[in-house]
Write a protein that binds this ligand. Structure first.
Ligand SMILES: NC(=O)c1ccc[n+]([C@@H]2O[C@H](COP(=O)([O-])OP(=O)(O)OC[C@H]3O[C@@H](n4cnc5c(N)ncnc54)[C@H](OP(=O)(O)O)[C@@H]3O)[C@@H](O)[C@H]2O)c1
Length: 245
């Protein structure tokens, strides 16, 4: 794609939360945005909302499940040229006390957010512009040493390591990772349920910046990783200072 064309950005997992906020932001910056979700319903709902919020934006949708490697590959092989790839899909929750966690739970989280992400990268690589970028969304659990987070820590920690190796191997394409802290998205609605507000308040009180993140905080950081052509192999914490301990 020539530099005079709008960049074509593909966001895996953008029907809600951080990915959706990024789609809205890139749509306002004249990117041609393609987003994915697992069902036609969630993708259509997201596209309708985006077209209302950004009537002049260019939005398209794909339906795929990260755990279905071969279907995902087929869909992405036929998708064509990509300038910027963002991997924002959720892992299946792998939170909870280690001794009570089944190996299947950990395996499913790795399948979705580690191997599923790497499968997407490999499928898109032949179509990724030389000036293009890949941005993973990891998470603070990678380095927070929190009890009850072994599963998700293993997933996000492995992604951080993969980011640095891929940045060397896939250059001149840039590879970076944004690491959100606790962020108020739909992902927490079921897990925290009626206790959400109370838990957010007590968690925020312990952070240097005294608030829980919003999807736009991480979306802004991802947009920076996409736009800055001299950043690669970097991990950017967007967590209100949580990583400081
Ligand atoms: N929110 C936080 O506090 C927080 C903190 C640290 C890290 N993160 C990370 O940030 C990323 C985004 O989180 P979020 O809170 O914005 O999540 P979210 O609101 O739950 O959105 C997740 C997105 O991923 C898609 N998705 C879920 N499972 C998928 C699968 N198996 N295959 C393909 N797509 C799938 C969903 O699409 P459909 O439901 O439409 O299928 C949705 O678009 C995740 O990687 C998460 O681990 C979040």
């Amino acid at each position: 794609m020539s530099d005079s064309q709008p960049p074509r950005s593909l966001i895996i997992g953008a029907t809600k939360g951080i990915g959706f906020a990024l789609a809205e932001r890139l749509g306002a910056s004249e990117h041609k945005v393609a987003l994915t979700g697992r069902s036609k319903e969630s993708v259509d709902t997201a596209l309708n909302r985006l077209r209302e919020l950004q009537p002049s934006g260019s939005f398209d949708g794909l339906i795929l499940d990260l755990k279905d490697y071969s279907t995902t590959r087929n869909i992405l092989t036929n998708f064509g040229q990509v300038d910027h790839l963002v991997l924002c899909g959720s892992s299946d929750a792998a939170w909870g006390p280690f001794n009570a966690m089944t190996m299947e739970t950990i395996e499913q989280a790795l399948k979705t957010k580690l191997v599923g992400f790497l499968n997407v990268v490999q499928a898109v690589m032949p179509h990724l512009a030389d000036h293009g970028s890949i941005t993973f969304v990891g998470g603070t659990a990678a380095r927070a040493s929190m009890p009850g987070s072994v599963g998700i820590a293993a997933v996000n920690g492995a992604l951080e390591s993969a980011t640095r190796s891929l940045a060397r191997e896939l250059a001149p394409r840039r590879v970076n990772l944004v690491s959100p802290g606790l962020t108020d998205t739909e992902a927490w609605d079921q897990i925290l349920a009626a206790n959400k507000t109370e838990l957010y308040t007590s968690f925020a009180a312990k952070l240097p910046l005294k608030r829980v993140g919003c999807p736009g905080d991480s979306a802004g950081a991802i947009a920076f990783m996409i736009a800055n052509s001299y950043v690669t192999g970097s991990i950017l914490d967007v967590d209100g200072g949580w990583h400081l301990g």
